[in-house]
Design a binder for this molecule. Structure first.
Ligand code: PHE
Length: 345
C-alpha cells in the first residue's frame, strides 16, 4: 500500500479506538469519511493522477475506505453495547425485590376489648346503642335521681358547657357516666329492653396513674316482666366467663347509686390466678362494677310503668378492664397516642 495511505490508515484506526462514545465516533467518521474527510479528499484527487497510477492508487484508497467503514461499524456496535450495559448497570431495577413495608396500624386495645364485649352481649340478645357525650344535666343527674343538692354530685364533678341552661333539661355537661342512656333508651324504645351502651365519660379529676379526665364505660340495661337480680347474676357470670375464657364467679355486696334500689357492687372471682395475685391483691376477688334494680323513679322518668315492668342496670369501667387484662399500670398511656404503647397489643 502507498506510504501515505498506510499512515492515514494507522491514524484512522487509532482515532477509532480512542473514540469513547457513539458521538465521538461520528466525529471520527466525519474526519476521515465525511464529505470533506481525508479519505474522501484522496478519492477526489485520483482523477488528476496519471493513468497508470490512477488504477492502483484508486483501488488502494477504495480498499482503505472499505476497511475503515468496517472498523467504524464494529466500533459503533462495541460502543452502543457498552452504553446499554452502563445504562443497565446504573438504572438497575429489581422487579423481584420485596416492596417497602407499609405501616397499616392496628386496633387500639380499648377498641379490641370493646368489640369482644359487644360480641358477647350481642350473642346474649343485647342491642348495642350509642348516646351523646355532651349531655344535659337532666339525663346525667336529675332523671337518674340525683338532684342538684345530692352528695353524689360531688363524686362525679364534671365539665359544664358555658351556655345558658335549658329551663327543663338544665345545663349541658360532659357526661360523667353512660347511665343517662338508660333514660334515653327507655324513652326511645320503651319496654322490654336489652341494651348495652359503651362509650367515653368525663370527670373533673386530678390525673394520676389511676385517674383520667376521660375514660370508657359500658352501661347495661335489661327491662322486662319478672326480672330479678338472679338474671343479672347469671348474665354477668356468663359474660365474664366468655370474656376471660375460664370459669368466673360473681358475688354481690351492697352499694349505693341513687338510680338503683337495691344498689349492688359486683365482684368477680380473679380470672388471673387460682391462689392470689397482684391484680386481686391476694383476695381472689376483684371489684368489677356498680349495678342494681332500676329505681322506680328512673323507670317513670324513662316513660316505663314500674307497676308493669322492672329491670336491672349495670355500669363497668371498660378502661379498667383493659388495664387489668393487659397489666397496664398507668391509665394515661391509653389516651397518650404514643405508638410505642399502642404497638404492644
Ligand atoms: N353509673 C355508675 C358509675 O359510673 C355505675 C352504675 C351503672 C351503677 C348502673 C349502677 C347501675 O359509677
Amino acid at each position: 500500500m502507498h506510504d501515505s495511505l498506510q499512515v492515514l490508515s494507522k491514524k484512522a484506526a487509532q482515532a477509532l479506538r480512542e473514540a469513547k462514545t457513539v458521538d465521538a465516533l461520528k466525529e471520527v467518521e466525519r474526519e476521515f469519511l465525511g464529505k470533506n474527510g481525508q479519505v474522501t479528499g484522496l478519492l477526489k484527487g485520483v482523477k488528476d493522477l496519471p493513468d497508470d497510477e490512477k488504477r492502483l492508487f484508486g483501488k488502494a484508497v477504495n480498499d482503505l475506505k472499505a476497511e475503515l467503514e468496517g472498523l467504524l461499524e464494529s466500533r459503533r456496535h462495541e460502543l452502543q453495547r457498552a452504553e446499554i450495559d452502563a445504562a443497565l448497570e446504573n438504572d438497575w431495577l429489581d422487579l423481584s425485590a420485596p416492596g417497602e413495608k407499609f405501616a397499616t396500624g392496628h386496633i387500639h386495645p380499648l377498641a379490641q376489648v370493646q368489640r369482644e364485649v359487644e360480641t358477647i352481649f350481642q350473642q346474649m340478645g343485647f342491642s348495642i346503642i350509642d348516646g351523646p357525650e355532651i349531655e344535659s344535666e337532666f339525663y346525667n343527674f336529675e332523671g337518674l335521681n340525683i338532684p342538684s343538692y345530692h352528695p353524689a354530685r360531688d363524686m362525679q364533678d364534671t365539665f359544664f358547657i358555658d351556655k345558658e341552661a335549658d329551663p327543663v333539661e338544665g345545663k349541658l355537661v360532659l357526661r360523667t357516666q353512660t347511665s343517662p342512656n338508660q333514660l334515653r333508651a327507655m324513652k326511645k324504645y320503651g319496654a322490654p329492653l336489652r341494651i348495652i351502651v359503651p362509650g367515653r365519660v368525663f370527670r373533673n379529676e386530678a390525673t394520676d396513674a389511676s385517674h383520667e379526665h376521660t375514660f370508657d364505660q359500658v352501661e347495661g340495661l335489661l327491662i322486662d316482666k319478672d326480672i330479678s337480680i338472679a338474671n343479672l347474676k347469671g348474665t354477668m357470670q356468663e359474660f365474664l366467663t366468655r370474656l376471660f375464657k375460664r370459669e368466673v364467679k360473681v358475688r354481690f355486696r351492697p352499694g349505693y347509686f341513687p338510680f338503683v334500689e337495691p344498689g349492688l357492687e359486683l365482684d368477680m372471682s380473679c380470672p388471673f390466678c387460682t391462689d392470689g395475685c397482684r391484680v386481686c391483691k391476694r383476695s381472689g376477688w376483684i371489684e368489677f362494677m356498680g349495678s342494681g334494680m332500676v329505681h322506680p323513679n328512673v323507670l317513670r322518668a324513662g316513660g316505663v310503668d314500674p307497676n308493669e315492668y322492672q329491670g336491672w342496670a349495670f355500669g363497668f369501667g371498660l378502661t379498667r378492664l383493659v388495664m387489668m387484662r393487659y397489666g397496664i399500670d398507668d391509665i394515661r398511656h391509653l389516651q397518650s397516642g404514643d405508638l410505642r404503647f399502642n404497638e404492644q397489643f
